[in-house]
Design a protein around this ligand. Sequence first.
Ligand code: SF4
Ligand code: SF4
Length: 376
Amino acid sequence: MLDFETPVLKQYPIIPLIQPGVMAHSKPYVAKPEIQGKIGFPEELVENWQEVAIKKMGELVSKSRALRVFLDSCVKCGACTDKCHYFLGTADPKNMPVARQDLFRDVYRRYFTFAGKYFPKLVGAKEMDKEMLDDWYSYFHQCSQCRRCSVYCPFGIDTAEISMAAREILDSVGVGQKYCNEIIGKAQTIGNNLGLREPALLDTLEGLEEDIEEETGVVVRLPLDQKNADILLVTPSADFFAEPHVDGLIGYAKVFHAAGLSWTLSSHASEAANFGMFIGSHENMQILAMRIRDAALDLGVKRIVFGECGHAWSVAYNFLNTLAGPFDFLDPNYPVPQHICEVTYDLIQRDLLTLDKSANDDKVLTFHDSCNIARG
Ligand code: SF4
Ligand code: SF4
């Protein structure tokens, strides 16, 4: 049971949202065989899964120096313990970022360090057994890879990277997560997470054009697949479906229109979010990233701008160039990718966007990074 009297927890008292320990055996649904197979993973737990898991871990730690550094450098200072929303919500000690990392670290030590191989008990090294596999599935899927804990770690240890590696290993032995893997399959075949096909996208955009005209009396276009536009806007498909009126497509369209920018959306790259990151699969991340590159080339745009989504931005900013670059066919005067907030800020700075301050007379000065745009 968690000791609430430790100095860190006394300093930042925790009020668990649910009873401690209740989530201990909580697991997301395991992906069905056909979902796994569709995106290139074994359909179910392979017979020699321990061997496959250790081999995959070996590949990952030899390929990623960052991962090795993260595994080797934790001093158990505890600064990260109360920084994870899963821990705050569940008060389950295994949801502390350091404990989550240790699930991976203990196995890494057992198979890839001298001390762990010969004196496992002395260094807390553990076997990759079925109990460990189940713990991995439960706790690495209770990490949203938000990177909040890494901001507070004096060594910058990034639990998200460790979670990504663990999930990649889980997928490689045939135990994937239903939600992410089903979405990846849809995005790879249709182009977006919601499975919206071109006619549905077009229909939404036409409806939004009518709404804007009705509201403002101004004809504002929301183009799809327009060749030779300057900007390719890549935005989460949720913007088409869930919240187009609140902060999504209508807002973007108004900004581009007011600033006189030429832009387009793409039916081929109609998804900014890249769920490949959530399962740590480089190959799957690359397939989605390449759709954006292909759309940019096909449409002949000069810039790529990402709409609002912290996760999408995190993948784009950190990985898009590695996954799908070089983008030497784009205008070198703009970064690749660019965030819609950067575009808007730049337009305001250059007086290309005039704001009616009287429309918002309450001053609000606040910075939230709940969606991890800044950390991304
Ligand atoms: S990356 Fe976010 S969700 Fe994952 S352990 Fe750290 S704080 Fe928790
Ligand atoms: S803050 Fe960093 S060094 Fe300290 S326990 Fe957490 S991961 Fe380890």
